[in-house]
Structures are given as C-alpha cells and as structure tokens.
Ligand binder design. Structure first.
Ligand code: AMP
Ligand code: ZN
Length: 474
C-alpha cells in the first residue's frame, strides 16, 4: 500500500488518487500532480534541484507501482525578480525569462529528470487568473486599493489550515505587495498588482496590471485540471504563505477541495543553513560539473536522503558518491561480460524477488529512498558474491539486468547517460572511426590512440574486432 505524509493532516496516509478506493491500481484515474517550479530569473541551484529531483522520484515511483501520472510543473515567468532582471538588462520580460527557462530545461535533462506532461508559463494563464479574481470579487473576498486587488484574509474563515497559522493573529487590511515573503508576514496578499509605466501589464476585467505570485499557481492548476488535484508539491518554504494562499483563493473561488495530498520537501543546507541565492551559499549544476563532478553523482547524492529530512551538502559527500556508483557499474559490467550458457540458479531468482519486494515496501512508506537504496546495495553485495562463486550464465545476467532496469525506472542512476556522452551524432562517431582506421593504416598509433581517448572522454567506447570497429556509449 502506497503511503505519503500529508502536510495537511500531519499524518502518513494511504494514497488514494481520485479520492475513491479501487480494487486495483490499474483502475485509478491518472494521478494529477502539480509541483511549484522555478522562478526563471537566474540559474537554479542544487538546493532547488533537490526539490525537483524529489518530484522526479515521486512520479517515477508512482509509475513503477502501476499508476498513470499527469504531472505539471509551472514556470514562474512574471514576478518581482523576473521584471527587475529584464528591466535592468533592457530586454523584454519574454526574452529574459526564455533564456533562463532554456537553461533550466537543460539542467533537468542533465540530471536525468523525466519530462513531465505540462510546463505551463504563468503569462499564458492570465484568462484563468481573471476568472478566479472575478469569482472572488462576486463573493466579496477582494478589495481594491489604487489599482491593486487584494484578497481579504479576515473574510475567509478557512484561512490557515495547511500551515496551522492562527487566523485571529492576522492583521486584516495590511497589504503586502512584494512577491518575496517571509514567514511572519501574515497579511492580505495581492491577487493583481498595479504596475509602473515601464513594467509589462495585462488587462483583466477588474483592471490593468500584473499577477501576484500566488494566483499564478491556482490559475495554472485550474486551467489544466479543472478540479481537485491529487498531489501538490513544493519545498517546505512554500507551505506558508504561498500554498496557504493558493488554498484560500482556489477553495473560495470554486467551492471544492483544492488538493488531496500536500507533499513538501526539506531543504538542502550548506554549513547547516539553507542553500539560497540571497545568501550566496549556493552551487549551480554547472559550477559542480565544471569542477569535474558528474551530474550522475550529483543526482545520486541529492536523492540519498529522505525528502522530509534536511540534508547538508558538502563537496566531500559528492566526491564519496563515486564509490557506490562504481559498485553498481561493476555489477552491470559483470552481467554484460557473462557469455556462458546454463541454468538460472534458484538463489539468484529468490534474491531478485526479495530485492524488488524490499525496494518497493521502502518506497511505499512515504518514499523512503534511503531505505530502498540500502536494500539495493545489500543485494549488490550478494550478486557479487554469487558472481565470485560462479560467473553468471547468460540467462542469469538477463534477469539481473531486467531487475536493475526496474529499479532504475525509479532511481535513474544505474543506466545514466551523462550529457557529454550524447553530444556526438552517430555520423560524427563514424567519421572519427574512419579517421582512426586511416591513422592505424599509416601506423600513426599516437593519432589512433588520441581519437580513441577523445571518444572515450565523450562516453563512446570503441571495440575492435575482426569485422571492424564497433562502438557503444557508456
Ligand atoms: P524558486 O525558484 O526560488 O521559486 O524555488 C523553486 C523550488 O525550490 C521551490 O519549491 C523551493 O521550495 C525550492 N527550494 C529553494 N531553496 C531550496 C533549498 N535550499 N533546498 C531545497 N529546495 C529548495
Ligand atoms: Zn506555486
């Protein structure tokens, strides 16, 4: 049984998508998931990617368990920071945010994060924001001040149920305009903001201006799913006020529950304080890749800790990640070089079954990745022992590799293709092979070796045989 910790109830609950229990997992409708995405005003740091990787593991695991998923991650392409960035560079908001959106998608690929079903941009959902604001206005929950429109927290009795904030303590009528909130700012929030002359603006029924940050997510969710969604995720810093405000405006507007399960990921720390752009204590993915770390090791390290526990990042931890990864590679290599025919040993079959069972039950329990990894590495030790006792037969290799594929459909670290390894086209590789053949014919061994090493560096391994040179990527 799949269980998640729900921030709303503060309990671990059985996961029932659609709100109605079915006989089998296949009978459930696709799981609707919304994950708060990046604000595209600069490079995301690996703290952000810890949260995005959690989303990736969540969707991969649900698929592994047989659920279908319908997953959205938004791109916040209008807010205080993006507008400020575009104005200071003298480029349009669209041009400015498109640049950082592209970089973000490249980073997701480098980290082997699966492509989600939807990546809506806030600026494409103005119509849905208009609808929500109109509904709230009809219910008397908004007020206008100059040309900004505010949600009136004191008029909405359900406010505070996610973060358990006491609505009594809310100072009504105090407006807070900026998108950058701090925990103790318990004040009415802007749904729609007045703009200065140079800022980009949009017309909605109640005025000209631009969206507040919170309304963006509510609008994108409504536009894509049109009803209650199963899972909403984000980092813990978003519980209050962002998610609280999303709930308030969505439930007040549509009179139905907004979200069934709220899942929040804990922070990545540096020297025991939150990694963040404002503190300057952050690494981007490229910072680390330039230092020679592989994105595979970064992925592995970021997913080792349970998502609800804080995790302190150090370069030493990252260096140490290569050791478990080479244990995995070693097992894959042993499987790939096994050529002998013969039966499958019973103990190998049993070990595979045990691994899949243990792995699944750890993840069933609120996505306990660290537990699942523990079972995986125990199994690797056993498989290596069986290999030392007697090399795998072809059939044994086949079922072990199949099991690894299954495990990797969740972890995404076993058959990981580094970005640099796919940077050559097949034609490029063939051309290099011809050049190398010619060098060999000329007995120019240095040149032949140089080409071999150059390809290896890009993750292409050459295998010379009587029939010629074959290549594969690693
Ligand atoms: P932002 O681009 O700042 O809106 O953040 C995108 C996502 O990253 C949000 O879900 C944040 O909660 C999350 N996040 C920000 N800092 C960290 C951190 N140090 N560790 C983990 N997640 C973070
Ligand atoms: Zn959001």
């Amino acid at each position: 049984m799949v269980k998640f910790y729900n921030t709303m109830s503060k309990k671990i609950e059985e996961f029932i998508p659609g709100g109605e229990k079915k006989e089998s997992i296949n009978d459930y409708p696709p799981v609707s998931i919304y994950s708060c995405g990046p604000t595209v005003y600069g490079f995301a740091h690996i703290g952000n990617f810890r949260t995005f990787l959690f989303n990736d593991i969540l969707r991969r695991f649900l698929k592994f368990r047989g659920f279908k998923v319908n997953h959205t991650m938004n791109i916040t392409d209008v807010d205080d920071k993006t507008i400020k960035g575009a104005l200071s560079e003298g480029v349009s908001l669209k041009e400015y945010t498109a640049r950082f959106t592209d970089i973000f998608f490249e980073d997701l690929k480098k980290l082997n994060i699966e492509e989600f079903e939807h990546y809506p941009r806030a600026t494409d959902s103005i119509d849905a924001m208009n609808e929500i604001i109109n509904r709230l206005e009809k219910k008397g929950l908004v007020y206008k001040d100059n040309n900004s429109i505010y949600f009136s927290i004191s008029k909405y009795s359900d406010y505070g149920k996610l973060s358990k904030i006491d609505p009594e303590s809310i100072k009504s009528g105090t407006r807070y305009d900026t998108d950058e909130y701090h925990k103790d700012d318990i004040r009415d929030f802007a749904l729609w903001k007045e703009i200065s002359k140079e800022e980009p603006g949009w017309q909605i029924d109640l005025g000209y201006g631009r969206p507040g940050w919170h309304i963006e997510c509510s609008a994108m969710i409504r536009k894509i799913y049109n009803t209650t969604i199963d899972i909403h995720t984000g980092g813990v810093d978003l519980v209050f006020p962002h998610h609280e405000n999303e709930i308030a405006q969505s439930e007040a507007a549509f009179d139905e529950p907004f979200v069934r399960y709220w899942l929040h990921a804990e922070h990545l720390l540096v020297d025991n304080s939150k990694m963040s752009k404002s503190k300057g204590n952050f690494y981007t993915l490229n910072d680390l890749i330039e230092q020679g770390f592989s994105s595979r090791a970064i992925r592995y390290l970021l997913l080792t800790a349970h998502y609800r526990k804080q995790f302190n990042f150090t370069l030493d931890n990252l260096k140490n990640a290569s050791q478990p990864l080479s244990r995995i590679d070693n097992l894959v290599l042993n499987c790939e070089k096994s050529q002998k025919s013969g039966e499958i040993r019973e103990l190998i079959k049993d070990r595979i079954d045990k691994l899949i069972n243990d792995f699944t039950s750890s993840l069933d329990n609120d996505l306990n990745v660290s537990g699942a990894l523990g079972h995986f590495f125990e199994a690797i030790t056993d498989f290596n022992k069986y290999y030392t006792e007697s090399n795998f037969t072809l059939e044994e290799s086949r079922i072990i590799l199949e099991c690894l594929q299954k495990i990797d459909s969740v972890l995404g670290i076993i058959f990981f293709k580094e970005e640099k390894k796919v940077s050559l086209s097949e034609q490029d590789i063939e051309d290099y092979i011809i050049k190398r053949d010619n060098a060999k014919k000329d007995k120019n061994w240095d040149e032949a070796d140089r080409i071999r090493d150059l390809l290896l560096d890009k993750g292409v391994v050459l295998e010379d045989s009587k029939e010629g040179t074959r290549w594969k990527t690693v």
